[in-house]
Design a protein around this ligand. Sequence first.
Ligand code: KG4
Ligand code: ZN
Length: 338
Amino acid sequence: MEAKGGIENASFGILANKASSQTEIHSPYGGVYPKLAKREHLKNLPILLKKTLKEAYLDSTKLKKPVDLIAVTYGPGLEPALWTGIVFAKELGKKWDIPIMPVNHMEGHMFSVFAKNKRKFKITKIKKPILSLLVSGGHTELVLTKDWMRYKIIGQTLDDAVGEAFDKVARMLGLPYPGGPQISKLAEKERWNKKNFKIILPRPMLHSKDLNFSFSGLKTAALYLIRDIGTLDENLKAKIALEFENAAIDCLVRKTNRALKKYKVKTLIVAGGVSANKHLKREIKKIINNKIELFFPDKKHTGDNSIMIGISGYLNYLKNKKKTPNKEKIKAAGNLRL
Ligand code: KG4
Ligand code: ZN
């Protein structure tokens, strides 16, 4: 992508956007299988790069540099997979003699709300403080931003991430991985079916005074319920999916609302894979008044994507006054925090 302008008014142009999904490969394992992820990244990265450069009409055949800066995710995540990307970026950085900007995956999600499907987009001027609800397969956190690109985690999950809980409950229901969209599809259909009896699952920490979450108790309650029922028919599956989704989203929305009030938030960002969830969006809209600006990513950018990493890379490059770390010093940081 192309990038220009300062931090508060940066503008971007997408020249090419390609991704390679490993969903089918990991599906039989019900989650990401690290060794396979690494092997697939190693295989796919050079192919993907070639296709992307071609689509963007950028020439790298004569060893001359096709771009000025490489942004690469260095954490958080599975270290073998992160390393594959980092090593690949370092090789290119050396070959083309260009700098590398390491990026935090969760900050990338935060910036994904600005990305637009059309080729050009801008970072709009946003009012602070900004609250971000970041919800993915590995994270569930409430992040406060008072100064641009300085973060304070004010709430987080004490055990499972919400996306992980969606995936695990989906698995219990015999739905394929990744389970979030599958549960959501079942729940959306069932939501309008009013006549039947109700299943009730717990909403852990809903009333706790802090801003933290817990999803492992909800997951275990779903497990016991499914075990006690024995054989599940489609009707029961849909009911469990609906109640699980309601319970998980209730917890997210309640704590977000608490944080909005406590910190007199002016802008709310909801991002990460789970931000694709329709019920979450509906419920979040209910707690927003007209003084708070709300950002969700376009459907195309809710899940992991390279555009969000590009935005974050450029903005960090500016923030660091165009200084980048020594390539040798860039390392994977599996547990990196904002
Ligand atoms: O951000 P992401 O693509 O990858 C990580 O960084 O983890 O998030 C993936 C997570 C998965 O757990 C997936 O099941 C969940 O996002 N997800 C959803 C929906 N779409 C994806 N969860 C609930 N409802 C959805 N519609
Ligand atoms: Zn992600």
